[in-house]
Design a protein around this ligand. Structure first.
Ligand code: TXA
Ligand code: MG
Length: 331
């Protein structure tokens, strides 16, 4: 199958719509990462998404809708605070998990009675969703477990020959995936940290918990148990206060003949040779926006990435630290 990258215009949107109406899948941009979308009502389309990505069959998908699409047709029994979160943060990088009305393919939620729904703010995503006017099931448009794509070229690298069309909306400005928040209970529970922080949710609702998986218990967000976001090269991750150890590791790998790159925040970058730095920048927003592109560049140029955690755990940094940890964790 030939994979075409096309800018978003009337002609490419019409092509996307025709593909989706025939049970096919297309990649499209969002403000977080690129998504691989199919008609959420179609078993065939959802099967194709799982097959194309090589995704484990027990990791449910997020349904994407545009603002006007009637949410009430998809979900039921909502908590009053969910509407507050929607009016504060949507469209935007916040996915809410509701009780499902069962109107989409059961394969979207892998048989769970909940449904994750997101309204992306990216103008290209909005245009795409309005044009096709159907609920779009979409995971990130990468091969399962690889680094999520933040450009059309990243999608092409992973899915070339497996999908017919990539709608090109430029580089994603957010850079890491949406925050996933379960709103089925009395208190919102963040299942995956992301661009909207727990603090921001608590500001609106009064409270917000972070889901911490308990060993042996059933996992509430199945995606959490898988290795994720990993570049193809070897990676080492050091704590923010272990820069000396990271420098030593950098040197010892180099002595063994490996091509080594350091991944770190700007203030630490001077500890490494300037032409061997994958620079995350200074602010949390910069680090989120750059992380995946740097990991993808790293796997092309380096045998080994020596990563140093940036400082900060709060706000957007919670999401950055989470993704960095998963990208650089061993099996
Ligand atoms: O920013 C994003 O969310 C991107 C763009 C494309 O929208 N999408 C994305 O999808 O990151 P994916 O499939 O890579 O991650 C979806 C996450 C997984 O961790 C999955 O377990 C969780 O959402 N999820 C989906 N449905 C769920 C449900 N019903 N209950 C709990 N977790 C759910
Ligand atoms: Mg993903």
């Amino acid at each position: 199958m030939e994979t075409r990258i096309r800018p978003i215009d009337e002609s490419s949107l019409a092509e996307a719509k025709a593909i989706l109406e025939n049970g096919g899948v297309v990649a499209f941009p969002t403000e977080t990462v690129y998504g691989l979308g199919g008609d959420a009502r179609s078993d065939e389309a959802v099967d194709t998404i799982y097959r194309v990505k090589g995704r484990p069959a027990d990791n449910p998908l997020i349904v994407h809708v545009h603002r006007e699409y009637d949410l009430k047709t998809l979900i039921c029994d909502e908590q009053p605070y969910a509407a507050k979160l929607r009016s504060r943060f949507l469209p935007g990088p916040l996915t809410l998990v509701y009780r499902s009305r069962g109107k989409v393919s059961a394969k979207v939620s892998c048989g769970l009675d909940t449904l994750a729904v997101r309204v992306p703010s990216h103008p290209g995503a909005q245009r795409f969703l309005r044009c096709v006017d159907m609920p779009i099931a979409a995971p990130s448009a990468n091969v399962s477990k690889h680094v999520s794509p933040v450009t059309a070229e990243h999608v092409y690298t992973d899915l070339q020959g497996r999908i017919p069309l990539i709608l090109d909306g430029g580089a994603c400005i957010g850079g890491i995936e949406s925050t996933v928040c379960d709103v089925t209970g009395d208190i919102p529970v963040v299942l995956r940290e992301g661009l909207i922080s727990r603090e921001q949710i608590a500001d609106v609702v009064g409270r917000c918990e972070l889901y911490v998986p308990v060993a042996g218990a059933q996992v509430r967000s199945p995606g959490m148990k898988y290795k994720h976001y990993a570049p193809a090269c070897k990676t080492y991750l050091f704590a923010a206060d272990a820069v000396e150890e990271a420098v030593q590791k950098f040197c010892s790998c180099e002595e063994e003949g490996a091509k080594v790159f350091a991944l770190c925040e700007n203030s630490v970058s001077r500890r490494f040779p300037a032409d061997r730095v994958l620079n995350l920048g200074d602010t949390g927003e910069e680090m989120a926006a750059r992380l995946y592109a740097l990991l993808r560049r790293g796997e092309q140029v380096a045998d080994v990435i020596v990563a140093v955690r940036p400082r900060g755990e709060d706000g957007i940094m919670a999401g950055v630290q989470n993704r960095l940890g998963k990208a650089c964790a061993g099996e």
